[in-house]
Write a protein of this length. Structure first.
Length: 431
């Protein structure tokens, strides 16, 4: 929270910021590196480390009369979850999720919202402290924004933290179609424990039935695709960092499931949420943090070299295009039935007797093709073979020397630090 005096000081600093740079260039923020005691901190000329939204971007803004002006356009978008799977989604400014809105505690924001959908909408600023009439709830705080109309939301930012935005009009449909985004508010006084890299991930789920192109909003639990920033593994950008850097991953969840987000390689600190950055004595060391529906969580850690998975631990959420309610074939000898079916359907191949890896191998080998516009359940070819993952899974690629702006290749374990095969189990090993 900030007081009135800090607000006034903040206003002055904001005006100064607008002189340094204007328009869209201001938000992109040229990255400067200044040395602190232990590491380099990449804050921009406005005094904060800009958030990186993998597979996305931050919304440009301009400064006008001391107010940060943004423009969100609600519209239908052509969206790709991964090469080979495109849908008609709804989003903002050409994407789902919509662009990340980034501002600073003490700013006043003026957000124009144009509705290019064919039905009314609103925008609810999820978790923000604001006047009642700016809360964006159709019928309750305002009349809804009709197709073709532009409305303005304007309010001072009285807090900092990881927040979200989404419609509060025909909400079930519009969110199922992909309408949502992150709203990051940086603290006015840069925290002594600021981070070197700051990532924003928004979790969602989709019902895209095999061979179809429109999300099915009637599905409550049996979703086909589980996404990070509306992308599925292996088509989600990796998060990158240099060894020893302090990294924050902000995770928001506007899906219809809770997601226990698990990180390999480190114990992270849970340092904040919708409620801002918590006092340090409230931080928790975890390796899995449940990000509930409608919640946000900030995870911070010191980067260790490797290609470390970050994923939901609900194993069905790291799969693509799941079929549900199928007979269980594990342990079932299907040879005789396969022989009979193959007589009718040439090329028929039974699967699943020993697990699902054979399914993956048939797809990789080109023996099998799924329905149109439908991804294989799992994918991702690593240095040592198939990863057999999909959905809500990505990698944190940490290198001792990181080439900025590039996605690093595969991490090779240094000699003597990798699991290895032996010819025989040593004698006398108890089991
Ligand atoms: Cu999950």
């Amino acid at each position: 929270m900030i007081n009135r005096r800090q607000l006034l000081i903040g206003g002055a600093a904001t005006i100064l910021g607008s002189k340094l740079s204007s328009g869209a260039a201001a938000q992109a923020g040229s990255v400067q590196t200044t040395q602190t005691a232990s590491r380099s901190v990449r804050s921009n000329e406005l005094g904060y480390v800009p958030v990186i939204t993998p597979n996305g971007r931050s919304l440009p803004w301009r400064m006008r009369d001391g107010v940060k002006e943004f423009h969100l356009i609600a519209e239908e978008v052509d969206h790709e979850f991964a090469p080979g799977t495109r849908i008609k989604a709804w989003g903002y400014n050409g994407s789902t999720p919509g662009p990340t809105i980034e501002a600073v505690e003490g700013d006043t924001v003026r957000i124009y919202v144009t509705n290019k959908l064919r039905e009314p909408t609103t925008v609810h600023w999820h978790g923000l402290l604001l006047p009642f009439g700016m809360d964006g709830v159709a019928g309750l705080t305002q009349a809804s924004i009709k197709p073709g109309e532009t409305w303005v939301y304007e309010f001072p930012l009285m807090q900092h933290g990881t927040h979200m935005y989404h419609p509060h009009a025909d909400e079930m449909i519009q969110m199922a179609m992909g309408m949502m985004g992150m709203f990051i508010i940086h603290p006015r006084t840069p925290d002594a424990n600021s981070v070197d890299r700051d990532y924003a991930l928004l979790l969602h789920n989709w019902a895209i039935h095999p061979g179809t192109y429109r999300p099915d909003p009637s599905i409550m639990t049996e979703f086909d695709l589980w996404t990070i920033n509306s992308r599925v593994f292996p088509a989600i950008d990796s998060l990158t960092a240099q060894t020893g850097e302090r990294v924050r991953v902000r995770i928001g969840n506007l899906s219809m499931w809770n997601h226990p987000m698990h990180m390999h390689g480190v114990q992270f600190d849970v340092t904040g949420s919708d409620g801002g950055r918590w006092p340090q004595n409230q931080w928790r060391k975890e390796v899995t943090e449940l990000v509930g529906v409608g919640q946000t969580r900030d995870l911070e850690f010191t980067a260790v070299a490797g290609d470390w998975p970050l994923h939901c631990h609900m194993s069905h959420h790291t799969m693509n295009a799941m079929g549900h309610g199928l007979p269980n074939t594990i342990g079932v000898n299907q040879r005789e039935i396969a022989r009979r079916i193959a007589a009718l359907v040439p090329g028929y191949m039974p699967m699943g007797e020993h697990g699902m890896s054979d399914h993956q191998q048939h797809i990789d080998a080109g023996h099998m093709q799924g329905p149109d516009n439908t991804l294989p359940m799992m994918g991702g070819q690593g240095l040592f073979g198939p990863m057999e993952m999909g959905g809500m899974f990505t990698l944190i690629k940490v290198r001792d020397e990181l080439e900025e702006g590039a996605q690093p290749g595969w991490y090779e374990p240094p000699p003597g630090t990798q699991a290895y095969k032996v010819e025989a189990v040593p004698d006398g090993l108890p089991v």
